[in-house]
Write a protein that binds this ligand. Structure first.
Ligand SMILES: [Cu+2]
Length: 494
């Protein structure tokens, strides 16, 4: 096959007349250059540790019929490179594992003390903004829900100085670790409960590698959000190396309309979060065209599974919460079901540029509030005050045929949706990661949904590493021109 690596066409963003360019005809962007590009100043962990992009030329584009730059399957399902299975990322293996990135979550810092990585973990009530303006009161760690990520390397000895600032007793369980029993954190069975205001020190050697997590071992506390990543990088980096390593924690909560506190005893769930945010406030995963990408998804829902679907790509299942799966047992999928307290690693070659849905496929999880007390949380023209006066009341739901939002009486299939005020939308658009997406995208990404953005390098740098405000829809349009049927594309303004 011919070399299908797209040329950078950097001129698209080089001009000051960017906005005009973005809407101009494809001819304006047709000038091509085959010069390798150097990396622009970066601000992500991933970029800081990555090799300059000149290493790009050291990595093949084609592997037995599979291309890292265009949708392709490869010549034989028995090939190591079928569907990109063992196609490496650009990151050299000797650089070690790509840094782990959990969008919208922080990492827990540590100090080296006598050869031990010492972390300070604090359980406490936190306020978490699920959506702009929707500040929920949940329980988490160090001001965050989920808690901050603990990231270590196989072979480390770790010490976690744990402080309980909750109003009740708790313990911390290190889910999946094969550690000395007194540090397992199983309340009562292996240790005394940690009383409010008290602390407890966990210390152990880490001999495993993979995707783990920590959580309270009190069931109702788990349902209020008490979980966080514990990522253990392998001493010997996994081959093939990935360029990106993302982590997404899926959770469900039950929060009644006009309330901010989760009912951990409920049996249905009306708020759905990824790393503590609901779509469209979930921050997209932005990668460069051709990269090898790992996404680890963990389900910490109280009692529901998540069949997770990625558009535009076929991914390999390379690991679960127990361990890395031997390559001979990797499975290619478009949709993977993840049960409660399970984690799954997806790996893909990002060979199909565009903005791709990445979401739970349960219909009730693709939007908040699709449960028995159906109806939007707040509605235009209605005051919250009348509900605050009686917290047991529910907003009335308009079941009449006159309302376009509810075409079927009693069944709001076409729900009116949540209130999206100007402030709400400003916060949605305030992030670099969403620049240049189509104007209406926030209407499509709700609940347990996020977006994988696969961008050619020049567009990636403009989106992630420039200060420019990029016109809504322009990046999408440019990708259609370069990789789709540009002549068929009709610009659709809101
Ligand atoms: Cu789900």
């Amino acid at each position: 096959m011919p070399n299908s690596k797209p040329s950078p066409r950097r001129d698209f963003f080089k001009t000051g007349a960017f906005a005009a360019m973005a809407f101009a005809s494809g001819n304006a962007m047709a000038e091509e250059t085959n010069q390798p590009q150097s990396s622009s100043p970066s601000n992500t962990d991933s970029d800081q540790l990555a090799e300059p992009r000149s290493s790009l030329s050291q990595v093949q584009d084609e592997y037995e019929g599979f291309s890292r730059y265009q949708p392709s399957r490869g010549n034989s399902p028995d090939s190591d490179f079928y569907l990109g299975k063992l196609v490496p990322g650009f990151r050299p293996l000797q650089n070690g594992p790509a840094p782990f990135v959990a969008p919208d979550l922080q990492k827990l810092p540590f100090e080296m003390k006598d050869g031990v990585k010492e972390f300070h973990l604090v359980a406490e009530q936190v306020e978490r903004e699920f959506l702009p303006g929707y500040k929920m009161v949940v329980w988490g760690f160090n001001g965050s829900m989920p808690g901050p990520t603990i990231e270590v390397t196989q072979g480390d000895r770790v010490r976690i100085v744990f402080q309980n600032n909750l109003p009740e007793e708790t313990t911390v369980h290190w889910h999946g670790l094969e550690l000395p029993v007194q540090y397992d954190g199983a309340s009562m069975l292996t240790q005394k409960m940690v009383a409010p205001g008290k602390s407890y020190v966990y210390e152990f050697d880490v001999h495993e590698e993979g995707t783990f997590f920590y959580h309270s071992h009190v069931a109702m506390q788990e349902a209020i959000g008490m979980v966080g990543w514990l990522i253990i990088h392998p001493k010997q980096p996994f081959d093939p190396p990935v360029d990106r390593d993302f982590g997404l924690i899926f959770q469900n909560f039950h929060i009644e309309p006009n309330q901010t506190i989760n009912d951990s005893w409920a049996m249905d769930w009306n708020w759905h979060t990824i790393n503590g945010r609901s779509g469209p406030y979930t921050t997209p995963l932005v990668v460069k065209h051709g990269e090898r990408v790992r996404v680890r998804i963990m389900n910490f829902a109280p009692m529901q599974h998540h069949p997770v679907h990625l558009h535009g790509h076929t991914f390999w299942i390379t690991g679960h919460e127990g361990a890395r799966i031997p390559k001979s047992a990797w499975v290619p999928r478009n949709n993977e079901i993840i049960g409660v307290a399970q984690a799954t690693s997806f790996e893909i070659i990002a060979n199909n540029p565009g903005d791709w849905m990445f979401h739970c496929h349960m219909t009730h999880h693709m939007m908040n509030h699709m449960v028995r007390h159906v109806g939007p949380r707040l509605r235009e023209g209605e005051s919250v005050d009348r509900y605050l006066a009686n917290v047991d009341s529910r907003p009335s739901v308009d079941f009449t045929r006159e309302s376009e939002g509810f075409l079927t009486p009693g069944y709001p299939q076409k729900m009116k949706g949540m209130s999206m005020s100007k402030d709400f939308m400003m916060k949605i658009w305030s992030r670099r990661e969403v620049q240049g997406m189509r104007e209406m995208w926030p209407m499509a990404v709700k609940g347990l949904m996020t977006v994988l953005r696969v961008l050619p390098e020049d567009l990636y740098n403009e989106v992630m590493h420039s200060e420019k405000e990029i016109p809504k829809g322009s990046v999408f349009q440019e990708i259609v021109k370069r990789f789709g049927n540009g002549e068929d594309y009709k610009w659709q303004s809101m």
